[in-house]
Design a protein around this ligand. Structure first.
Ligand SMILES: [Zn+2]
Length: 316
């Protein structure tokens, strides 16, 4: 391989890395060798220049891309779908629930407004909500997801890889598993914990989902995992345990933040996360705090009041 975008990993798997402009500075896609060509997992973001980068990568492959799998609908994974589908002509496979979210979130014009309104109802100051609204509108043209993919789900076989549904980081998150190798998307990451947030279109308890998916991962005991960001995981089970522990601690911190009286999600996010985050960092922090608060509600450790209007949480 000559392209600086591509690394060769164990088992003949290729890793393609693209730069990202916001937050994490890169995303990985993977090419899995198979009987009829490559299975490409994830597509990057549809930024200007993405098409040229993909052309450069594809030109070096001696075999065709036979299919494209999207692990989850987040822009850095699904946003280049239309581009790479156009360049390869390969079918796109995506989780059914995940594609539904793609349509309901990126496919609708009012997403920026719904998101900003929702965050404001959870205490986010109006000027930060307005910045996020603008940022979301700026990002929208680069989310070029593939339309009408083939829907896949738990237990399906994709060229010898088993599809796992691992909700949490995204409600419809899927991964591929074979011979101890987990192509993990953002379900497991080294150095950073995958974000778990409550959003307008989310399932009601994403952290509960995530903790169950982590327990399942520990049971499946993969020996190696290929994540959407950062380096491969040599000890995925240990990493899954660390992430579970991280959330247990954070649940206690969220409960402690309610000790002095009712708090909005935004106020709790100031207690749990750095107080000086940029608007996009604050959005993740707030959505993540809400995921923890909703888990506390389900565990009987908090109560929510003010549905639909100004929402706040109280300890029990
Ligand atoms: Zn990601």
């Amino acid at each position: 391989m000559i392209s600086p975008l591509v690394d060769e990993l164990a088992g003949g798997i290729l890793r393609v890395t693209f730069p990202l402009p916001l937050g994490i500075d890169h995303v990985h896609c993977y090419l899995l060798p198979g009987t009829d060509g490559w299975t490409l997992v994830d597509t990057g973001l549809g930024l200007p220049g993405a098409e040229d980068r993909w052309r450069e990568v594809l030109a070096e492959l001696e075999r065709p891309v036979a299919r494209i799998v999207v692990t989850h609908f987040h822009p850095d994974h699904a946003g280049g779908g239309e581009i790479v589908q156009g360049l390869t002509g390969a079918p796109v496979l995506q989780g059914a629930r995940d594609y539904e979210l793609c349509e309901r979130v990126w496919g609708r014009e009012d997403w920026s407004d719904r998101m900003a309104g929702y965050l404001q109802a959870n205490g986010l100051p109006a000027e930060i909500a307005e910045e996020l609204r603008q940022e979301s509108r700026t990002l929208a043209p680069f989310i070029r997801f593939a339309r009408e993919p083939e829907r896949i789900g738990e237990g399906d076989d994709v060229d010898g890889w088993r599809v796992l549904e691992l909700p949490g980081h995204a409600d419809g998150h899927i991964a591929l598993f074979r011979g101890g190798v987990l192509v993990a998307g953002d379900h497991l990451l080294a150095r950073i914990t995958p974000t778990v947030g409550l959003y307008p279109e989310s399932r009601p308890d994403p952290l509960g989902d995530f903790l169950e998916s982590l327990a399942r991962t520990i049971e499946l005991a993969p020996s190696y995992a290929l994540p959407g960001h950062n380096e491969p995981l040599e000890e995925p089970v240990a990493r899954a345990r660390e992430i579970v522990d991280h959330h247990r601690v954070r649940l206690d911190e969220a409960a402690a933040a309610l000790a002095a009286g009712a708090r909005t999600g935004y106020e709790v996010s100031l207690a749990l996360f750095d107080a000086n985050l940029d608007p996009s960092g604050r959005r993740f922090a707030l959505a993540e705090s809400l995921a923890h608060l909703e888990r506390l509600v389900r565990e009987g450790r908090a109560r929510r009041s003010g549905d639909g209007g100004a929402v706040s949480y109280t300890g029990t």
